[in-house]
Unconditional design. Sequence first.
Length: 266
Amino acid sequence: MSGEPQVGAELRALREHFTRLMMTYRFGMDEVMTKITILRDEFAYAHEYNPIEHVSSRLKSPESLLAKARRKGVDLTIEALRAEIFDIAGVRVTCSFVSDIYKVRDMIAAQQDLVVLEERDYISHPKGNGYKSLHLIVEVPVFLSDRVQPVVVEIQIRTIAMDFWASLEHKIYYKYDKAVPQRLLDELKEASLAASELDEKMERLHDEVLQHSRDTATEHTEGQSASPFAPSWELLDSYLRGTPGGQGATDAPGSEGTGGASGVAG
Ligand code: GTP
Ligand code: MG
């Protein structure tokens, strides 16, 4: 590009590799996002509540990746970055209850094409400052045009209360430029304990309500959560009677002009 200094072939190659590296991590991260979204939607249908409140992802910026590499003394080669920095791609899952965190962990770990390289349980072993979360380092295969590239993604799974705490702690840490007064540190620790108590109480209440709704469930409503994928009773009934009716009858793959949501003009 004009305005940039002349760069040598070596630097140009490094830049090209670096760009490809970041792109590949984006693909791996998107793959994990899709997996988790599928688990969320399926679980919500099969059970009576949603164990996953929120999922988000972030790719480390090239600046912060290079800064971390320098800080940790990692060579500026693609191989070294790959092997030593595990949070280039990050996915964060916020759950309703603590038990959901482990359910989500188990569902992720059970996926055949995904390998859990490391698990850190800061819930059973919170950090000294009060930080709680379950961290998984996973590897997923990304299918590129000419090869399959395994990509490492960090997944943080936590409750809403743990997430609330972690974002406040993070903010305070940076506001005080990493020199937080002891009084605030003590109060953060207390807040972490209060958050854990809230998590426990909310889960107890939720269990009680679930049990109540199971006890009082009628035959009619049991296991029949509303779903955008569910055909209507009328449609199924007319199908079984051999009198195809309703608007969906011609809505088969390959059929054209059924006036779906796409609204593409023919
Ligand atoms: P880095 O801290 O990224 O070098 O990784 P690590 O090898 O120390 O792993 P660790 O599991 O301790 O932390 C990884 C990530 O978890 C961090 O980048 C944060 O996003 C989050 N995390 C860890 N500890 C804390 C904490 O004390 N407070 C907050 N707010 N987040 C934390
Ligand atoms: Mg750390």
